[in-house]
Design a protein around this ligand. Structure first.
Ligand code: NAP
Ligand code: HSE
Length: 394
């Protein structure tokens, strides 16, 4: 049994610094839970001279990310750089060298996840990414493990903390620019916040959820998306008068040929759980054949919340190293099926004449397409009068 492991971190910003601090401060608890001792050997950053609000020793820092990956004493690489510019090559190199990788990078996974998962499987190492969707919410494991024996039919929710933070601040009277600046200061926004407010980040997350939930090889560019940049304070005020709130919703429904999926700002009834999100809060609603409707909610962004998910993946990886698990069986992603069709989902939703540019979310959005097909009745499903069959509510 291997009782010690070396860890390297790439990136020490909002997420990386929180992960590194906790690896140092909570060593006893993490080693006890994983059963493996570890050494944090190096942290790669872009600018070594930058002042960092962390108690980590300067000797840990390097600007040479390649040297961290190539260090033969490092077993686990935690990628917290973000984007695809540098992270793609670095993660690929880490997997290729036989390092286990933990990452929070949805841009990378939603565009290249199946390829990277295949490299990981071929090297017998793991690629874990709980933090990439929903921050602290354990939605990746829920789909990949807990619901692996069921058949997930639909998934929907609020998956971008920056957008919710901006929209809920505008509800309180803030203007768009100030609200976005605040979300950036709180560490919620991506390095380029247009990723958040234009819906790319939510589309990346939805693609990952589709891969996990439906076993379909759908990459994010195939998903139609729009963002919140055109939402005005007048829209928000008018929506409130109608008992509605505006939230960026991401949703996908399994169809016989693939999937219907969309990311867009929608009007949501004020008493709906999606509408009740504020700040960086996320909600994930899953409809499975036997489990019925499940909902998870919690902190979707921010350093400590995201670090919680990253460290959960680190503990799982250390446990596997300690137990010398054969990790090559985790090649589930290699078996992803092609999705013949990735069609829009929100076109059939109703609209209100006063805010006709925004559709209104309905929990039975999943019936839009499934109602055309026979879906067997199951717990948590309602009878759809249009089809005389039972359809899952999203
Ligand atoms: P961030 O604050 O911008 O930090 C990025 C870090 O990467 C910085 O420390 C930067 O170095 C370093 N870096 C950039 N290029 C590098 C290179 N070529 N070599 C070495 N280091 C490099 O980003 P973040 O908010 O922590 O996000 C990191 C990842 O977590 C992203 O994939 C993001 O989508 C994901 N995520 C973030 C959150 C959140 O709430 N922030 C939540 C979930 C997931 P310098 O410090 O020297 O500039
Ligand atoms: N930029 C992302 C958000 C971070 O605002 O939700 C969490 O993935």
């Amino acid at each position: 049994m291997k009782l010690s492991a070396g860890i390297g971190i790439l990136g020490c910003g909002t997420v990386g610094s929180s992960v590194a601090d906790r690896l140092q401060r909570e060593r006893a608890a993490i080693e006890s839970r994983s059963g493996v001792r570890y050494e944090l050997r190096a942290i790669a950053v872009r600018d070594e001279a930058k002042v960092r609000a962390t108690s980590l020793g300067r000797e840990l820092f390097t600007t040479d990310a390649g040297s961290v990956i190539d260090d033969p004493q490092i077993d686990v690489v935690i990628e917290c750089i973000g984007g695809t510019a540098d992270a793609t090559e670095l993660v690929e190199r880490a997997l290729d060298r036989g390092r286990h990788v933990v990452t929070a990078n949805k841009d990378l996974l939603a565009t290249q996840g199946p390829r990277l998962a295949a490299i990981a499987a071929s090297r017998g190492v793991t690629l874990r990414y709980e933090a990439a969707v929903g921050g602290a919410i354990p939605i990746v494991r829920s789909l990949d493990d807990a619901l692996a024996g069921d058949e997930v039919r639909a998934i929907a929710g609020v998956f971008n903390g920056t957008c919710t933070s901006v929209l809920s601040a505008m509800e309180d009277g803030a203007n768009y620019a100030d609200a976005l600046l605040r979300a950036q200061r709180l560490g919620y926004a991506e390095a380029d916040p247009s990723n958040d407010v234009e819906g790319h980040d939510a589309a990346h997350k939805l693609a990952l959820l589709v891969q996990l939930a439906f076993n379909l090889a759908v990459l994010s560019p195939r998903i139609r998306r729009s963002g919140i940049t055109a939402i005005t304070r007048r829209d928000i005020a008018r929506a409130r008068m109608l008992g509605l709130r505006i939230r960026l919703i991401a949703a996908a429904v399994r169809t016989p040929d693939g999937v219907q999926a969309d990311v867009a700002p929608l009007l949501v009834p004020g008493d709906h759980s999606f509408a009740k999100t504020r700040g960086a809060e996320n909600v994930a609603r899953v409809i499975a054949r036997d489990a019925g409707a499940l909902e998870l909610r919690g902190a979707g962004a921010g350093g400590p919340a995201t670090a919680s998910a990253v460290l959960g993946d680190v503990v799982t990886t250390l446990r596997a190293i300690g137990e010398r698990h054969d990790l090559s069986h985790r090649g589930r992603d290699r078996a992803l099926q092609p999705a013949l069709e990735v069609a829009p989902l929100f076109d059939a939703l109703p609209r209100h004449p006063d805010l006709a540019h925004l559709a209104i979310w309905e929990d039975d959005a999943g019936t839009i397409d499934l109602s055309k097909h026979r879906v067997h009745a199951a717990r948590g499903h309602r009878v759809d009068k249009r089809s005389q069959g039972a359809c899952p509510q999203v």
